[in-house]
Write a protein that binds this ligand. Sequence first.
Ligand code: RVP
Length: 503
Amino acid sequence: MAHYFEEPSHTFGEYLLVPGYSSADCIPGNVSLQTPLVKFNKKSGEKSPLYLNIPMVSAIMQSVSDDNMAVALAREGGLSFIFGSQTIERQAEMVAKVKSYKAGFVKSDSNIRPEQSLKELEELTKRTGHSTVAVTEDGTSNGKLAGIITDRDYRINYCPPDAKVLDYMTPFKDMITAEEGISLSDANDLIWKHKINQLPVIDKKGNLQYLVFRKDYSSHEQHPLELLDKKHRYLVGAGINTRDYMERVPDLIKAGADVFCLDSSEGFSEWQKRALRDLHKKYGDKIKIGAGNVVDAEGFNFLAEAGADFIKVGIGGGSICITREQKGIGRGQATAIIEVAKARDEWYRRTGEYIPVCSDGGIVHDYHITLALAMGADFVMLGRYFARFDESPTSKLMVNGNYVKEYWGEGSNRARNWQRYDLGGTRELAFEEGVDSYVPYAGRLHDGVGITTSKIIHTMCNCGALSIPELQEKAKLTLISQASISEGSAHDVIVKNTSIHAE
Ligand code: RVP
């Protein structure tokens, strides 16, 4: 006979936190959002080999997590899983870009040859939007440095358009440069000492390597939580599938990926077990692999047994996901997290091993993140949330007078087309499990994440918790009625300024 769960399944919008006692030291400055990313033996006092500094990771999706997003999010203390629904080469290239990204050291993307004309220079600056152009002998970003030219060196309406760049640039002999290997703070000292706006960094042969800009250094200082590896490179994850992992993972390891995640809407399967077994057999515990998604204790125990390093929870709750409509599978996200977190705690009591749990999808308001953490999640994965920012890979458009960004599901035809091409047109899609959509544009990731984490921290203070484990222990949660839900937003008034509505 079929199994019936006794309780109906609930989602975040049906819960609230009831404040607990806040002592005098429950102030935002004392709260830490650090959280483990992969499993560790907690009983023996071990620490997780990988931590996040904020409990947020970006979804394994084409419209969310590319190298640009990964750098922006790691800078804030979170982590991106670069999408796997692309060729192995392209994904490895994205991972390598994140790992080679030197905070504050920028590869010059506006370059010109000395004998090119001011007209060509003008066209280049219009195309790239950058007013500082490196002049290299071959016009490439790593060519021999000949000079630098900025919009203060020439006036396009007063100079002959066919005049040569070399007659207006600051030549190499008059420039302040630094040698490769210089630290960011030493580069910054040179910038201040010589009152320059940018410092070219060259190798021993005089080839341009990077530019360090005055404005970027202060940005580096604004990110005290940035998530770095031992070599001071940003941490980055990669999504993988259960088909080509034996070819994909070696290339991603070579590119520098720090952690992997098997990406599937349904992870309680023989395929995930085999992938975990094969990869751990080949790499031992040097490689960290999350698995999922599951929505009950049985699914959790299966993946824990199979060796998953973290377990992702959520089926059908994603904003662009129509899996529930199409296939009738899934579970309310709050209920799923509560049950899986209980199974995780039970597993820990039995084995001493703590396996972090990630709540994936369905976060609509910032406080849903706090609820997910209070219910036992160690971190959350978000798609829609990150898709809205400048740093997501998709186009920003104007629709009906409002700025929006594109956002599409991995189960939509738009995302899955690459596979069809990849498999030579042999695998046709029977039906879609995701939609192609717009989300309201939300500006810079740094600003959005700052507001979100500040709300989480303040709520934690209200619950008397200075850390995520403390929140999980102390949180008091209540289910609320439909009438209480309506009472929770502005009501019985005519709201003047709609922009105060909470995210
Ligand atoms: P959300 O943050 O609510 O936008 O949800 C993002 C999550 O939705 C992803 O991390 C993934 O688990 C799920 N997803 C991605 N594509 C699709 C789909 O096409 N159905 N679902």
